[in-house]
Design a protein around this ligand. Sequence first.
Ligand SMILES: [Fe+2]
Length: 152
Amino acid sequence: MNPTKRYLQTLLTYYEEEVSGETYFLGLAEHFVEHKKLMLLAKVERYAAQSVLPLLEKYALSPRDESILKAEGEEAIQQHQNMGWLQFMAHIVQRYPDYLDEFLALQAMAPKEDHLALKILTEHEVAAIDFARREIAGDPDSLDSLNQYLQR
Ligand SMILES: [Fe+2]
């Protein structure tokens, strides 16, 4: 199966969004007491971006400069910086399943040989949602899902 233009464009966009996402969580870390948890989420974002970087290289896709992507991530911080922690966790639980669907849709339009890398991208969203659910539930081991993801 040859990659479609739509696939390549979406892949590039999602890579860029993860790079922005890293800055977003790092920025949020300055506004919450739970900064260590947000730093870990930032790490997960970078890990997810890195997982599809070989695909960008394979298709000669050039992301925009990191400084531009970071600026986009910084813009998003203000939307959530004043939320309460549990409110922010609820936002993740509510909103991120949509992202998960988008990643699954990307996988569905991808050539088979790209699936392994894309699966790592998709799974970071599963880990983030699981983390947020466990935070809301007061699970002291809520970081397990993020740490396990980073060890895969
Ligand atoms: Fe992400």
